[in-house]
Design a binder for this molecule. Structure first.
Ligand SMILES: [Zn+2]
Length: 281
């Protein structure tokens, strides 16, 4: 009697799992590597000619079968990755995405002008943003991201991805990159292969600003530099010097702000590189 009671629900559960579309099949259609966490970057390699969707939205695939995607700061706990092989067979995987906790800092009683930018600066900020977002909206067929990522500069982390400040009750945009407080004059290198797509000598917030396209909608940004060592259109390999650490734009001290964005979604660069390696003494 007791056994029957147990078997009923167990069988139902097993049956449900096996025939549910969310059942995790082993990854055979593609090799996935990366971080399945909020802010994480994942690189996939499938058979050339495969088609990929993430939660029903097409993910661009390179001619070599490589693709890339990521999870935003507030990504939901699961995503469905669907890979259709050239022969029409489908591999569907339910990806579990780990949540991150973010620092939230509330500061009240600030003078109004510290919270809202001066109207005179607004036009300039808008123009800068439109240049940056034009790059982020671009889609090139390259798969240079296959080089994987390493730190562009070494130093103490002074700002983490996703942290947010609420000034006078007004939530500001979460910090959309990572800050490395390397000394002024440190050389910044390309963290991955790519093409330099934007060089700007004086943006309002980010000062001397550089952007690199790594292909298939993945771009990166480098801000507050003292000097930029590359030009627009230049192809850079991982490790190639691209700039010098400074504090141009709105910055309280020398540091590199490094951002990574996939199709308009900001990712955590630290998830792409792993922790900062220990520094030589
Ligand atoms: Zn920053």
């Amino acid at each position: 009697m007791r056994i029957l009671f147990l078997f009923g629900p167990l069988f139902g559960l097993l049956f449900g799992l096996l025939f549910s579309p969310l059942f995790i099949w082993p990854a055979q259609a593609a090799q996935l590597s990366g971080s399945f966490v909020q802010g994480g970057l994942v690189i996939g390699e499938a058979k050339p000619g495969s088609r990929v969707t993430l939660d029903g939205t097409a993910v661009s695939v390179g001619a070599n079968g490589a693709f890339v995607f990521g999870f935003g700061r507030d990504a939901k706990p699961s995503s469905i990755l669907r890979i259709t092989l050239p022969d029409g067979s489908v591999d569907q995987q339910n990806l579990a995405i780990k949540a991150q906790t973010y620092k939230v800092q509330r500061i009240n009683g600030l003078p109004k002008r510290k919270v809202t930018p001066d109207p005179a600066d607004t036009a300039r900020i808008k123009a800068d943003n439109s240049k940056i977002w034009k790059v982020r909206a671009s889609m090139t067929p390259d798969t240079r991201f296959l080089s994987r990522f390493k730190w562009p500069v070494k130093g103490p982390i002074s700002g983490v991805f996703g942290s947010q400040r609420i000034l006078n009750g007004k939530p500001k945009s979460p910090h959309n990159g990572v800050d490395v407080a390397a000394p002024r004059g440190s050389t910044i290198v390309a963290p991955a292969d790519g093409v330099v797509v934007l060089v700007h000598q004086d943006m309002f917030y980010t000062g001397k600003t550089l952007m690199i396209d790594h292909g298939l909608g993945l771009t990166s940004v480098y801000a507050h530099m003292d000097r930029i060592l590359v030009v627009e259109g230049q192809v850079v390999e991982q490790g190639h010097p691209i700039g010098i650490v400074g504090q141009t734009g709105r910055s309280t001290g020398p540091h590199l702000h490094w951002g990574l964005t996939w199709k308009g979604t900001h990712l955590d660069p630290m998830q792409a590189t792993g922790p900062m390696p220990p520094m030589p003494r």
